[in-house]
Design a protein around this ligand. Structure first.
Ligand code: C5J
Length: 222
């Protein structure tokens, strides 16, 4: 057991039971011409975390710990896309439309891919998810339980949407969740700070938050 300095109190890391989950570090959320920008967001804000997410991934790999990636995406025939989700908001391009990087948020399209700098290594699990939460309509829970994983370290985008939704799903399923502050971002800075605060409030009601350097130190010594 190693202790990671975290809020609201230290996180007791079990190296035999921990995995990193990298949420939706896809071109569609971080590059111009993708879904995020189509919704009116400044994608440069979230793209800035890429070097820190890379350091975190590399730290887990170097420690021999599992890394799991998620992608928000839909089937080409849109059979897993609820009408309410497709019609929500006023994007220039709706999910499934042809955009500058291929069809928006459709599996296999160039814009839907994980950023090349953060690409999954051979053997790492990639969860394709049609919802905001990575447990909804995916085999994630089954995969984690098969591997006896009970602790999840989180990175990715966006903090208050897919990251927070997945953390809450995981917390309800009994996983201990820790969010790495420098490795997550929102299009709205106030939403990021509010999410961090609400996760760790009330004695870690959803989970812990910690700084990247402390997490890297913790996993290296676990
Ligand atoms: C959003 C996500 N923001 N990955 N997706 O629609 O957070």
């Amino acid at each position: 057991m190693a202790e990671i300095k975290a809020e609201p109190f230290p996180f007791r890391l079990d190296r035999d039971a921990v995995a990193l989950i990298v949420i939706d570090m896809q071109r569609d959320f971080t590059e111009e011409g993708g879904f995020g920008e189509s919704l009116g967001n400044d994608v440069a804000r979230v793209a800035k975390i890429v070097p820190d997410v890379k350091r975190l991934i590399e730290g887990f790999r170097a420690a021999g710990l599992p890394v799991i990636h998620t992608m928000e995406c839909h089937r080409p025939d849109l059979s897993d896309l609820p009408r309410a989700k497709r019609e929500r908001g006023r994007p220039h391009f709706r999910i499934g439309d042809e955009g500058p990087m291929g069809r928006i948020l459709i599996a296999g399209e160039p814009g839907t891919a994980i950023l090349p700098e953060l690409a999954p290594a051979v053997g790492e699990t990639v969860i394709e998810k049609p919802g905001k939460g990575a447990f909804y309509a995916t085999p994630l829970d089954y995969i984690l339980k098969e591997r006896d994983i009970g602790q999840l370290v989180f990175a990715g985008v966006t903090t208050e949407v897919c990251v927070q939704t997945t953390m809450r799903e995981a917390n309800d399923r009994g996983y201990e969740c820790l969010l790495v502050e420098e490795a997550t971002e929102s299009y709205f800075p106030e939403f990021k700070s509010a999410t961090l605060a609400m996760i760790r409030a009330q004695g870690a009601i959803v989970g812990w938050t910690a700084h990247l350097a402390d997490v890297l130190r913790g996993i290296a010594h676990a």
